[in-house]
Design a protein around this ligand. Structure first.
Ligand SMILES: Nc1ncnc2c1ncn2[C@@H]1O[C@H](COP(=O)(O)OP(=O)(O)OP(=O)(O)O)[C@@H](O)[C@H]1O
Ligand code: SF4
Ligand SMILES: [Mg+2]
Length: 425
């Protein structure tokens, strides 16, 4: 295999279902499914090292021993061959790749054409490998449009981006660089959409839709892609996946369609998963299975996750960091522990107070009165001022997202609120 073909293959990824020794294929020996484990080829006796798919490959120590790059069990022996050595990432660069966040978003800002105000304004956050950022906020806060912008899925002609920057695995991407973002979509980054019925094509069988995504990005054969599709349907808890593969979206229940979307997004082992309310339509047992599956894949591949959800119970369970959005802005951002134990923005405090408690005394649930203003009706300065019980004249100027603790930032003139209230009492 020439080195160009080798490089092309090495971009493909797959589960480590098998291995090769010098080009001969063999099923993976029983129990040999752990990356970095040494195994021996029963036929030739050669020692090989089981490695994860190529992308994760870079995350493991590379040595002079034989390394195998897998694609649906079709491996490529590298390491000892001069041409294929080009696969290897120098250790200094490998370390840098591991250290840098997977995704960094700086001051993302855009508006829909014809609208006088930004729908998303100066949104910044970061997601590390194997970390989960939860984005929370009321309906209409701009969570989905932020996610769609990251995926390059907002209609090009309908949106005007301001100066903001996205860095994905250290690579700078202009938010309006649709072509570069599209090249990564479905492969390196994937999204579970909020509306499964409108995101699945009603005219195609679900098995074909998932297999097409696999075939396109892994450059594998149709049979292997269908096998992967079936496997993913099984992993997301679809009963009798072999039969369901040939059904159309309208023949499935809402929860099943949601799981098909999830299977499709996870089928290519993305580095970044954006999940927009992925478990809203599912009952609690299936919800738990899906969250477990995402956690499992994170542990396996180091996938970073952005989870958009209204369910603060889910957030408490899975979040590494939390971004609280209100009216297109991040109003509080920080480690999940800080947000839950010491919320400082009046809006976050209102959201937390609206969660029912099983243990405390029975009381009427607290609410944040009013609703998110529409674009064009946003107040000047702090966008929350029309609903904030602490609003004062100074709130007519926009508060910065200022540091309040390690990694904890709050956009409120009176933060930290508890100390301000103590002082004024
Ligand atoms: N294509 C569009 N054209 C114009 N405005 C849009 C478009 N898509 C979304 N919006 C507006 O952007 C704002 C944010 O919408 P978005 O869908 O991001 O809300 P959300 O936070 O995801 O809400 P939910 O929790 O209900 O899903 C809303 O005011 C919405 O009306
Ligand atoms: S800046 Fe003012 S209006 Fe905005 S959240 Fe703080 S107190 Fe409320
Ligand atoms: Mg949404």
């Amino acid at each position: 295999m020439d080195s160009a073909a080798a490089r092309r293959r090495c971009r493909n990824r797959g589960p480590w279902r098998g291995w090769t020794d010098g080009g001969r294929r063999a099923p993976l020996p029983k129990g040999q499914t752990t990356p970095n484990q040494l195994a021996s080829n029963p036929k030739s006796g050669a020692i090989i090292r089981i490695v994860p798919p190529c992308r994760s490959f870079r995350n493991y120590g590379l040595a002079k021993s034989t390394w195998i790059c897998h694609q649906f069990g079709i491996g490529l022996r590298i390491g000892s061959q001069a041409g294929s050595r080009r696969h290897l990432v120098p250790s200094s660069r490998r370390q840098t790749q591991m250290d840098q966040p997977l995704l960094e978003v700086d001051n993302l800002r855009f508006r829909f054409r014809g609208q006088g105000q930004d729908v998303v304004q100066d949104v910044s956050f970061r997601v590390g490998r194997n970390e989960t950022l939860c984005i929370v906020g009321e309906s209409g806060c701009g969570k989905s449009v932020t996610a769609l912008a990251l995926m390059g899925l907002l209609p090009k002609d309908a949106v005007r981006f301001g100066a903001g920057e996205i860095r994905f695995a250290g690579e700078r991407l202009a938010p309006d660089d649709h072509a570069r973002i599209a090249a990564m979509r479905g492969d390196r980054m994937a999204m579970i959409f909020q509306e499964p019925m409108t995101s699945l094509n009603p005219a195609f069988r679900i098995g074909d839709q998932i297999a097409e995504a696999v075939e396109r990005h892994r450059r594998c054969g149709r049979a292997a892609a269908r096998a992967r599709a079936c496997d993913m349907l099984r992993r997301v808890g679809i009963p009798a996946p072999e039969q369901r593969m040939d059904e159309y979206p309208h023949q499935l229940s809402g929860g099943m369609r949601q799981r098909v979307m999830i299977a499709m997004a996870l089928a290519n082992d993305p580095e970044l998963l954006i999940a927009d309310e992925p478990t809203t339509a599912l009952d609690v047992t299936v919800q738990a299975q899906i969250l477990d599956l995402i956690a499992e894949l994170q542990a396996e591949t180091g996938m970073g996750t952005i989870m958009i959800t209204h369910d603060l119970g889910v957030v408490a369970e899975i979040a590494t960091d939390v971004a609280v959005m209100y009216a297109g802005q991040v109003v509080e951002y920080g480690p999940a522990k800080a947000i839950f134990e010491d919320p400082q923005h009046p809006y976050t405090i209102g959201l937390m107070a609206s969660v029912p408690s099983l243990t405390g005394p029975r009381r009427r649930l607290s609410t944040v009165p009013g609703s998110v203003p529409g674009i064009g009706q946003m107040p000047e300065g702090c966008r929350f001022s029309s609903r904030c019980p602490f609003a004062a004249p100074v709130c007519a100027t926009r508060p910065d997202l200022a540091q309040q603790g390690p990694g904890h930032r709050v956009a409120c003139h009176f933060a930290p609120l508890d100390r301000t209230l103590e002082r004024s009492a």
